[in-house]
Design a protein around this ligand. Sequence first.
Ligand SMILES: O=C1O[C@H](COP(=O)(O)O)[C@@H](O)[C@H](O)[C@H]1O
Length: 273
Amino acid sequence: MHSPNGVSIHPDVQALTAATAGRLITKLVDVQSRRGTATVVLTGGTVGIAVLDAVSTAPARSAVDWSRVNFWWGDERFLAADSPDRNATQAAEALLSRLPVDPARVHPVPAADEVSSVEEAALAYARMLANEAAHEELAPGFESNDPRLPRFDVLLLGVGPDAHIASLFPEMAGVRTTGETVVPVSNAPKPPAERVSLTMEAINTAEEVWLTVAGEDKAGAVGLALAGAGLVQVPAAGARGRTKTRWLIDQAAASQLPDRLLDPEGTGAAAAD
Ligand SMILES: O=C1O[C@H](COP(=O)(O)O)[C@@H](O)[C@H](O)[C@H]1O
């Protein structure tokens, strides 16, 4: 399905995280008003966790019925459940422990002290997703896009300086995987080496994919992704929401954007979504 890129450039990381938090709250309210329950896929990383922190303190947060939001993760670091480096631990601290969420709707990837291997964690997570998909009751027109996955309303992604998204790293097996929803990763170039990730195929079933990126060190990755690089070399280039793909970035991360995106009409105007 065609899903055009929207690029929003914010002056700095604080403005970016506040604006993304506001957008996410608005989106969840909108989905809940149409359907009752909303589903968000969280990311780890610096901006991803800062966005969650901004959501937890935003005055508008009380407009969301947090007990009817389902939470999944796009990737996880294969560590013990209480590790401060787990994406789920950081999300709990930044958001989930601060809001009245329903613990039954929070679905972290199995941790290293809960299963015996990263492969088992990936299989178990894929089963959790498939089980949710099988039991999901959605009104006509709101069905999941893939029978193996629940419907993802918004899927958040960070982008590494090497252009990785979730735990799909350039040139590695995970980014090339097809036919699976979840992959184990065993030699990630960014620690920890063992991780679990949604595949690109699974990411791209989401209705909306939002890539949040800040900092000069990510400018090359953002520039290449938006210039249309190949997804094996630049995984961020492959992430596409079915109805919308939003790039939410700060000025520093925008410094190597192709000119046509900075000034699409040739008028000197800033890019907008
Ligand atoms: O390790 C990870 O890194 C990416 C990007 O993180 P950042 O700190 O460079 O923003 C993140 O999206 C992913 O969820 C995480 O596991």
